[in-house]
Design a protein around this ligand. Structure first.
Ligand code: DX5
Ligand code: ZN
Length: 210
């Protein structure tokens, strides 16, 4: 199971990124919130751009905006493994998937807690990852929504049935406790405050991997 570390709840981003770089975390999860598509903590692109300068870790970008043409282009220049956007943008989804793939970057599709899994199904043959939100996006440090367990289980079963090779990832409120129920159904987890609220990031990452 892979671990992608989010720094959204950190006050000082660059020191947190430097500390994460010293761990064996798989990816750095970069939350981009424009304050319109999702209300919450916004960190401007110019600041996020600095991450690639202080870390050689591959980035896992989570775009919470519907200005996708503009931001895919900007983030694609960084050291990205994945660029993920929300199915809730509702239009031009296939076009954005193609744009991300044209940059040679893997594409993820995120789904909010209130959105039915059915909505995402037509796109599954085209994407590399699904990011199941286990909190309402906007802030780090929120409580895990337990109904997300059923969602990742259903998604995993559906992918198996259709023989689709798509990474199942979960984002929001992941700790050493909440991970237990989702672990059988996911390939990757995003974890923020659980890792960065500790002095020992590596210990928290080890606990998540179990
Ligand atoms: C929520 C973000 C998450 C969040 C994860 O909008 O997408 O990535 O920062 O942080 P924790 O693990 O603290 O919930
Ligand atoms: Zn995120």
């Amino acid at each position: 199971m892979k671990v992608s570390a989010s720094f959204l709840s950190c006050q000082k981003i660059i020191p947190a990124i430097k500390k994460l770089s010293l761990t064996d975390v798989d990816y750095i999860h970069v939350d981009f919130i424009d304050g319109k598509f999702v209300v919450g903590k916004t960190i401007p692109f110019r600041k996020l751009k600095q991450i690639s300068k202080v870390s050689s870790k591959r980035l896992d970008i989570h775009l919470m905006t519907n200005q996708l043409t503009k931001y895919i282009k900007k983030f694609a220049l960084l050291n990205c493994e994945y660029i993920t956007f929300h199915v809730e943008v509702g239009e031009n989804i296939e076009k954005y998937i193609q744009t991300i793939h044209d940059y040679g970057i893997k594409c993820g599709l995120a789904i909010n807690p209130s959105t039915d899994l059915e909505i995402i199904k037509p796109y599954l043959p085209m994407v590399d990852m699904v990011l199941v939100m286990s909190v309402v996006p906007g802030y780090g440090g929120q409580e895990f929504m337990p109904e997300s367990v059923e969602k990742v289980k259903k998604l995993r079963n559906y992918l198996k049935e259709k023989e689709l090779d798509v990474v199942v990832n979960i984002d929001g409120g992941i700790t050493d406790k909440t991970i237990r129920d989702v672990k059988p159904f996911v390939d990757m987890v995003v974890s923020g405050s659980y890792i960065t609220n500790s002095d020992d990031f590596q210990d928290r990452i080890n606990r998540l991997r179990g």
